[in-house]
Design a protein around this ligand. Sequence first.
Ligand code: FUL
Length: 615
Amino acid sequence: MHRKHPLTSIILCVALWSLAAGSLAQKAAVPAPCGPVPTEQQLRWQDMEMYAFIHYSMNTYTDEEWGFGNEDLALFNPSDLDCRQWVKVCKEAGMRGIIFTAKHHCGFCMWPSKYTDYSVKNTPWKDGKGDVVRELADACKKEGLKFAVYLSPWDRNHAEYGRPAYVTYFRNQLRELLTDYGDIFEVWFDGANGGDGWYGGANETRKIDGKTYYQWAETFRMIRELQPEAVIWNDGGDRGDLRWVGTEAGNVGETNWSLLNHDGEVTWPMLHFGLETGDSWVPGETNTSIRPGWFYHDTENEHVKSLSKLMDTYYKSVGRNSTLLLNFPVAPNGRIHPNDSLRGIAFNWMIHEVFKNDLARKATFSASNVRGNDKRFAASRVADGKPDTYWATDDNVTNASLTIDFKKPTTFNRFVAEEYIRLGQRVKKFSLEAFVGGEWKPLKDCLVEGSDGLTTIGHRRIICFPTVTATRLRLTILDSKACPLISKIGIYLAPELTSDIPNSGEKKSSDLHIFFASPKQMMIDFDQEQTITSFRYLPPQESRDGTITHYTLWASSDWNNWKKLASGEFSNIVNNPIWQTIKFEPVKARILRLDADRLASGDRMGYGDVEVVTD
Ligand code: FUL
C-alpha cells in the first residue's frame, strides 16, 4: 500500500490553510464600538421619533400654567372627558406614544392615589370613581400607542414637601404608577422648583437641593426594577437616560452629540449641543407645545403653531439627532381642541408628503473607500432599507466620500443621513455637494444661519436646502471620531410651504395658511371651519409659466373627506391674465384644495394672488 509522505501532508495543510486565510481576508472585521454606545432602551426610545405630551390638570380649570396647590377639588368636573379622542388625535398626528401629566406641580393627582386626598377621587367627576391615568393607559393600549408618565417631583400641595417624608410619598406614588398601569416607556421628572406653595396650609417658600433631596439613586433603582424597559428623563438631579435640550422652543443644536459626562456640572451648551467628549450616552429629547402654553387657555386658540412652524420644529428635532415630544393640551371639556388636532393631523400628513418618495432608491452608489473592499460595507448599504447594514470605511479612514448617481437630472431639496449608532456616534463634520451643469456645487443647510459647515449626524440628520436639479449628489465625511458608519441616506423633494398668503381683497380670512402639497396642488388651511361661497385666482403676472388653465376645487374639514366643489377651465386666462372667480354652493369647510389639472406651461402651478370669499 502506498503511504503518503509526511512532507506531502505538510504541503497540503499549508495550502489549505492559505486558501482559508485568503478567503477570510475578503471578510473585513466589524468595526469596534467608538466611545459610549446606547442601551437597548435608548435605541427603542430614539426610534419612536415623535410622541405626545398631554398637559391636563387643575390648571386647565384655573387658566394657569402652574397651580399653587390649594385649588378647589370641585373645579375638576369635565363634561366630556374622552381619552380615546386624545389618543386618536395623537395617533393621527404621527405620535407613537403619550406622556401624561399624572401629577403636575400643584400636586393634584389624575389617578386615585391611596397616599393623598388631593386627587380625582375627591372630585365631582364620575362621583370620585374616575381614573384619568387608567382611561388613558387603556386607550393607548387599544390604539397601539405607548404610554408614559410625568410625575412632578415638586409638589405645592403636600404638607411634607421639603422634608424626608415627602420623598417616601413621592416614591409611593411612583410605585403606584409603575405597577398598576401596564408598560411605561418613559418616566419624566421635571426640574422646576419655584419654592413657594400651599404645602398643606403652611403657605410658605421651601427650598430644596435638587441634587440630594430626592435621593434619585434609590428612585432610579425602583424604576429599573418595576419598568426595566423605561427610559428616565430627569431635569433635576442625577443624570437620567435622556437630557433636556435647554429650551422649550422646539429645537436642539445643529451640532448635537448624544453624549454627556456622568458626573460634573451640566451647562446650557452641553444640554443644547451635547458634549463631544462625554463619557455617557445621554441623547436629547426636544419638548415643545403645539400652542404657546403647556396647559389649555381659551386665549391661545388662535395661536396654534402653523404648519410651517411645526415642520421647522420637526427638522430641528427629529432631523437633528433628537426626538420630538410635542404637547397637546386638553381643554376644560376634557377633549383636545379641534384647532390643535387638525393642525397635528396636517403636520403628520405633511411629513408623509415630504418623505414618501425616496429618490435615492433608484440611484447607484460609490464610495472613495469601502472597509476591506467587503461588500457587507459597500456604499449601496445606505439604501438597502435595512437598519442594521451600513457603509463603513477602513479603520484609519475618517475622511471619505460617497457619491449618489441618479443617472438623470433629478430635483430635490432634502437630504437625510443616519449613522449606525449602536457602535457609537462618530461623524464630526461633513459636506454635501450637487453636480450641476458639470460642476460640484456646495449645498448649505438653510435652517442654520451663519454656520461654517455641517457637523453631526447621529440617529438622523435632515438637511434642508433650496430646490436643486442635479445628476449626482456627494456626501463627504470631513472628520469623524473613527471610521464613519452610515446606515441610511435618503433624498427627497419636499412640497413648498409658505405660511403667508399674499394680500387679497375683500372678505379674506384673517389667519389663512397656504402651501403646496405637490407642484400641482395648493392647500389653504383656515384656522376654523368657515362658510365659503367662492374662490378667486389671479394667475402669475410676469410669465405664463405655472398659469392654471384647468382646475378642480375641493373642500374638507378633516383632511380625509374631500368634497368636490367645482372643476372647469379658466377661459382666455393666458391672453388675459385677470382674476378668475369660481362660484359654488356655500360650503362649510376648513381646508380648500386647488388641483391644477392643466397648466399653460411649466410643471409647477403658480399664482399672483388668491382670495377666499366667506359668508
Ligand atoms: C416645565 C414645567 O414647569 C411646565 O409646567 C411644563 O410641565 C414643562 C413641560 O416643563 O419645566
